[in-house]
Design a protein around this ligand. Sequence first.
Ligand SMILES: *Cc1c(COP(=O)(O)O)cnc(C)c1O
Length: 393
Amino acid sequence: MSNATELIHSIPVDPFTGSISVPIYQTSTFVQEAPGVNKGYDYARTGNPTRNVLEQLIATLEKGTTGIAFGSGLAAIDAVIKLLESGDEILAVDDIYGGAFRLFTKVYQKFGITVNYVDTTNLSNIVDAITPKTKLIWLETPTNPTLKISDIEAIGKIAKANNALLCVDNTFASPALQLPIPLGADIVVHSATKYLGGHSDLIAGLVVTKTIELGEKIKFIQNASGAILSPFDSWLVIRGIETLHLRVKQHCVNALVIAEYLEQHPDVEKVFYPGLKTHVNHDIAKKQSTGFGGIVSFTLKNDTIEAATSFVTSTKYFKLAESLGCIKSLLCHPATMTHKSIPEVTRKSAGVADSLIRLSVGLEESDDLVKDLGQAFERVQRLKSNKEFKCIN
Ligand SMILES: *Cc1c(COP(=O)(O)O)cnc(C)c1O
């Protein structure tokens, strides 16, 4: 892992002015001395010095060669898929981010790219599903919202043996906890909207490649398709990354407190957190990451949409919102929010029960967060008994 000192000092001081903060080069073009004679930049879609600092920073952090910044996490994913050709197959983790699922099936299938979804926590599923046409294996680990963990190193070996690329969406772990490239991935993608930005104030995406050659291909796509990140948003992501390690460390501490609290709560059916010994993939999570992240999911004993809805509207500090990874605690109800468009049977077989609630544990005092959840459990009980009381009358 990059340590904090290395990270902080890898952000350059401006060579022209000594500005300690990276300047925001809000420009569309760069004046040339003669055609093709310039200071390394010609047009700001192709390259911008502020974006360039971010791109180098994320490449360093992920231990890759090339970083490429996009206007959203989905634009970053889109650029990776554009490496493929008609007739190619993708082998993807089954509980993939909904936006990636939509992009693969609703946009790319019509261009002849097919996707096979398998439970990638079981390696034999990958070996069985891979074909000579499989050009890309797509992992998210941990997954959303049940936090399944796939073995990056082992899957990297399978990919290599089959001449397929391995891409890992590292949004949930962040490079503060997990480095897919040294483990064997060829490409890492991020929704920098989440932990890297960290403050719920932007939408951004990043790609990092292991090799310069792959980096050049993605850079070509970035310039050709044009879904670049703006100079100001690049600056915001740089600023977020400056405190990434510190924030993620505290997210992990708080999340473990919450997971342990939930695990002993009488109204909770099941807790999903890779840091708990009871989590099915705890050992592999421990092997490939230095911490277990800030996301905790759980189901209620009263497994109804109604109970979950009452819960998510009863918290004070946990704000009801989609997204994750920011300083403020958030919660969401996947069955009626992020996973609403997925058929009920498919959703349930992926482990997303009616009452499943996903917490993005923020940086408040953990005692306050525990109290907030406690009063929400009490309120749900009260609402339930009031209703039963009304029914009797
Ligand atoms: C949010 C998210 C994305 C999409 O990123 P945007 O910045 O919203 O486009 C992709 N993958 C994962 C795991 C995410 O959580």
